[in-house]
Design a protein around this ligand. Sequence first.
Ligand code: NAP
Ligand code: GDP
Length: 318
Amino acid sequence: MPAKKVILVTGSSGLVGHGLRAAIEQEGRRADEQWHFVTSKDADLRDRAETEALFDSIKPTHVIHLAALVGGLFRNLDHNLDFYRTNTQINDNVLATSHKNNVQKVISCLSTCNFPNKAKYPIDETMLHCGPPHETNFGYSYAKRMIDVQNKGYYNQHGRLYTSVIPTSVFGPHDNFNLQDGHVLPGLIRRAFDSKADGNPFVIWGTGSPRRQFIYSLDLGRLFLWVLREYNEVTPLILSAGADREISIKEAAELICETVGYHGEVIQDTTKSDGQFKKTVSNDKMRKYLPDFKFTPFKQAIKETCEWYAANSDKVRK
Ligand code: NAP
Ligand code: GDP
């Protein structure tokens, strides 16, 4: 029997952490994997001493590093410095403490908005450092790119298998439904329910023409399990459905209104930023490893997320 993995999951109370937990429960726990799910209440990972105390108490052999300052376009716009500094601190503490504690494997999480703004589409893993990110989220993007720099350094100097994945825009249960801080789909879901209840027009921020690839948090959780067990490259891996599933914000909004059962007036607030027009990525590398992986159909995933929001709207982050 293989040695038991002691897996520390940072940032486990968030959207992606809950997707990972759901994937583990769906599959059934394995006897050779012991999971520890932590949040900022267990340790403020900006603080080296707290990070080291956490690792001392759990003694992980593997780390899935999700903890980060995360936000949608409008939170990033006004807080680029905070996004850079906070995420740089957290990531340096987690990677350095992992190395100090002889952790065998660390999987960190980047985002497709970290890629260069001007790119040849579809974007692939080799292009991460080939030009500046979109100016709206430069702080978050440069901090996240430095994970890849550190991973390469830990491999070159110490032979460590510290790697990263790059998912597209994630959505699902336990997302952040705060309108100013959150991402587009939870914002649209919340406003569709509100418009259905109060009869006010449903508003799409921006022109609705930017395009995005979305990944359901449960699918991302299933992919994280595979990466933990099978992916042994230091270089990043894009986790995404095919480029054919890219849709406009307007199309996503229409599906959400249909799902929620809102049939009233729809207006656009074009005083709001559109952000990056698109960041279409290729999943060719992932498909070489996982040719048969089935993503949940977008419509079904939106339905499940709307049902979860309806059942939990008094408890969600908003
Ligand atoms: P989230 O819902 O905002 O959750 C963030 C998590 O990080 C929470 O568990 C939070 O703990 C923890 N955290 C924040 N600051 C911390 C600190 N100083 N010390 C310890 N823990 C801290 O974010 P998410 O969407 O799940 O994102 C998870 C990861 O996926 C991040 O690395 C993010 O960059 C990446 N990602 C997200 C998306 C997306 O669309 N959401 C897309 C691509 C990549 P508390 O609950 O205790 O505050
Ligand atoms: P991004 O993918 O990093 O740009 O971040 P978001 O998930 O915040 O998506 C931003 C895009 O969705 C922009 O084109 C916004 O104009 C548009 N959008 C429409 N409605 C909303 C909303 O309620 N919240 C957010 N965050 N963006 C919205």
